[in-house]
Structures are given as structure tokens and as C-alpha cells.
Design a protein around this ligand. Structure first.
Ligand SMILES: Cc1ncc(COP(=O)(O)O)c(C=O)c1O
Length: 406
């Protein structure tokens, strides 16, 4: 029995493939490609591993799943059942989190675009924190909170200082002055947390350290100038897929942060993380089909960047499920069906030397951001299945539901 893509929930046993305990053939026989598969138990295992690693090193830790990575109701429901929190950026996401009965204390909301409606709904529902990216939003939140006679907890997103980072507050003498004025005037705001999210697919401990140091320096500066204690530190998301970011790596990551918190005498703080890709990335698969092959090493699949967008930055892995004999030793380039030469899924990828029209190709690690960034190119959307053990169910049917977005 082999695992594909390093994922113990995708197995090959001689000529047969299993997704959890479901035989690929049983699912494929009546299903038109392309279609997505999500592996429920992989999601649960990823959450357990994440919680285990961080709660064993931090006394006070809370994880919040970043809904934007994949906001399908059935996916978010599993995450809620595991007791994980929710990190949301928009009103539709907030409504979904509330519908799924995430406890308000486990929801944090915020982003570059906070509408009055979103702010009001957050405050009315007593969500844990509003994350502010822009200092001007503070007075708007205060006014709404004042009208509702509620004190709202606030997290400030701090610009990570990465060379092209634009999101979050740049801390300077002027910003500190503005913050001091705003927080002393705005009686319905309580500054509790600072956040920095460095980048996506971050697999470098050195970069992590740099980001943490910069955030902790900022935290100390704010505390000293505003004369308050900031209770929570939010290190954002940005972890690679769980098949890439293995147990030892998360542990190294956790220990690095713990050491820095000790050095900065902030180890009493509650530590938050907001993983998206880590939780759902390797739990999502796509089954596609070869529609065309060329002599120059290019093959064409019946999906493209409209469904597997480059923007999603997934660690894509391709497997020829119709060719179990050959080793993956021929450099192959894989194109999609968006009619532009730019629709390239992979270049010089080691694949089976023989590829035939109709071969079924598994694309692994497409759980995060593919649906989010997918566009409305006029092809039929893929069906989506959820597998749990030896059972599966269809959770999206494009003919009946038309769209999966919220
Ligand atoms: C503030 C914040 N938190 C969490 C995330 C989730 O990131 P990831 O899915 O890479 O873990 C993002 C992604 O952009 C983000 O900006």
C-alpha cells in the first residue's frame, strides 16, 4: 500500500486507488470529470495535529480557521465540530459562521474592507474581536459600538514589514500619536491584540523569526506609549499544506515562537493562529481527464486555471490513475482548457511516459483557495464530493445549485 502525495488518506493498492476507504472506481464510474473530492478525516486530523502541537507548547492558545481558504458550508461545519475558531473577512462569511453556530467568542472578523453592516453585525453578535487594518476604521467602529452601548475588543493588524507588504498599520511616531488620541477618546474600544500575517506558504523559520521579532517590538512600543497591556498575540496563518508542513516543522515553529515570547517576557499572552491552507489544502483533490496529448511533451487536462488558479499558490501534485505500471520519469508540461497559452498547470513535471486521451489524472493539494479564487469562465463547474471513511456524498451539484459561492 502506497500513499500518494505523502497523504495517508490517498492510497494505492496495486491497481486500485482509495480516497479514505472509498475505492476510486466506485466513485468515478458514475461521475463526470472534473470533480472535487474533500477528505473529511484529513481535515479532522490536520486540526488535531495543529491543536496538539500548539497547545502542548502554549498555556493559552486558540486557533481560528481562515474561512477564505475554503468557505463551503460542509467544510466549515467539520471545522466547527472540531472546536476550532473562525477567522472571517466579510458579511457572508460572518453569516455562515453564525449559521453554523460557531460560538461568538471563537469568531474574529476583520479585513481591509469593513462595511458598517459587517461592523454592526459583529458587535451585535458579540464576536471576540474586530481586526482593524486601517486606523480610520477605529472611529467608525467606536461610533457603532457606542450606539449599541457595547465595548468592542480590537485587534490591530500590523504591517509585517515585508518589502511589498501594504496591509496593516505602519507603526511610526505619527501612528502612535493617532492611536493614543483615538484610544483615549473612543471609550467603546478596548485594544486587546496585535496581529501580523507574514505571507502564504511560509516554510522558513528565519522569516518566521523575523516576523515575530518585528511584531513583538511593535507590541512593546504600543504598550509603552499607550500605557496598556496587550493580552493576545496573533501570528496569522501562512502555513503550507499539512503534507508539506509536517509535525516536526510545526513543533520547530512553535518552539521558535515560545522562545521569543520568553525573551520578550510576553509568555503570559494568549497566542492565536489563523491557518487556512494548513487545515484544508491537502484535504482537497480534483479528478480530471486527459483530453489531448502532443508530441512535444505537452498534455491537456479538462480543467484549467479557472478552477485551479495560479493565484491559489497550491503545491500541485499530479497522478495518472489510469497508468499504474510506469514510473514518473518523463518531463511533461500540463495545460488547461482556458483558451489561452497562459493556461499552464505545470511545466516539466515528472509524469508517466505514456499518457493517453481519457486517462484520469488526480490533482492533489487543491483544497485551499482554488474555489475561492476560481472564476466564471463559462464551463460547467465541477461537482464536489465529501468522503468520510467508506461513505461519500455530493455536496455541490452545479446543475441544481449553480454556484458554490456565498
Ligand atoms: C490575516 C490572515 N490570516 C490568515 C490567513 C490565512 O492564510 P493561510 O491560508 O495561508 O494560512 C490570511 C491569508 O491571507 C490572512 O491574511
Amino acid at each position: 500500500m502506497n500513499f500518494l502525495a505523502g497523504n495517508p488518506f490517498i492510497k494505492q493498492d496495486k491497481n486500485e486507488f482509495f480516497f479514505e476507504e472509498v475505492n476510486f472506481i466506485d466513485l468515478d464510474v458514475n461521475t463526470k470529470t472534473p470533480y472535487f473530492i474533500f477528505l473529511e478525516n484529513r481535515i479532522r486530523e490536520n486540526i488535531k495535529m495543529f491543536n496538539q502541537m500548539f497547545s502542548s507548547h502554549f498555556n493559552k492558545y486558540q486557533g481560528f480557521y481562515s474561512f477564505k481558504a475554503n468557505y463551503l458550508l460542509e467544510i466549515c461545519k467539520i471545522i466547527k465540530e472540531e472546536g476550532f475558531g473562525a477567522e472571517i473577512i466579510s458579511l457572508p462569511e460572518l453569516e455562515l459562521a453564525l449559521k453554523l453556530k460557531f460560538p461568538p467568542d471563537k469568531i474574529i472578523a476583520g479585513g481591509p474592507y469593513l462595511t458598517d453592516e459587517l461592523i454592526s453585525k459583529c458587535i451585535e453578535n458579540k464576536i471576540r474581536e474586530i481586526v482593524v487594518y486601517n486606523i480610520h476604521d477605529l472611529e467608525r467602529i467606536n461610533e457603532i459600538a457606542n450606539n449599541l452601548n457595547i465595548t468592542q475588543k480590537i485587534c490591530l493588524r500590523i504591517n509585517s514589514g515585508k518589502y511589498d507588504a501594504r496591509l496593516g498599520l505602519n507603526i511610526s511616531e505619527i501612528t502612535i500619536k493617532d492611536m493614543t488620541r483615538i484610544f483615549s477618546n473612543c471609550k467603546n474600544l478596548e485594544l486587546t491584540t496585535v496581529l501580523s500575517h507574514f505571507s502564504t506558504q511560509m516554510n522558513s523559520i528565519e522569516l518566521l523569526k523575523k516576523n515575530c521579532i518585528s511584531l513583538l517590538d511593535t507590541l512593546i512600543e504600543i504598550q509603552n506609549n499607550l500605557g496598556i497591556e496587550i493580552k493576545n498575540i496573533n501570528f496569522g496563518g501562512g502555513f503550507p499544506e499539512a503534507v508539506v508542513f509536517k509535525k516536526e516543522r510545526i513543533e520547530e515553529y512553535a518552539l521558535t515562537i515560545k522562545k521569543l515570547l520568553d525573551e520578550y517576557k510576553t509568555s503570559h499572552s494568549t497566542v492565536y493562529f489563523e491557518p487556512g491552507r494548513y487545515i484544508i489544502g491537502d484535504a482537497g483533490l480534483l479528478i480530471s481527464k486527459v483530453i489531448y496529448t502532443q508530441n512535444d511533451g505537452w498534455i491537456f487536462l479538462n480543467v484549467g486555471n479557472h478552477i485551479v488558479p495560479k493565484f491559489a499558490r497550491c503545491t500541485l501534485r499530479f497522478y495518472n490513475l489510469s497508468n499504474v505500471k510506469e514510473t514518473y520519469n518523463k518531463k511533461t508540461s500540463i495545460a488547461g482548457i482556458v483558451p489561452t497559452d497562459q493556461d499552464v498547470l505545470a511545466k516539466d513535471y515528472f509524469f508517466t511516459p505514456s499518457v493517453n486521451i481519457g486517462d484520469k489524472v488526480l490533482i492533489a493539494n487543491v483544497g485551499a483557495y482554488c474555489l475561492t479564487f476560481s472564476n466564471r469562465f463559462p464551463y460547467t463547474l465541477p461537482e464536489i464530493f465529501l468522503i468520510n471513511g467508506n461513505k461519500y456524498k455530493k455536496i455541490f451539484n452545479p446543475i441544481e445549485q449553480h454556484d458554490f459561492s456565498i
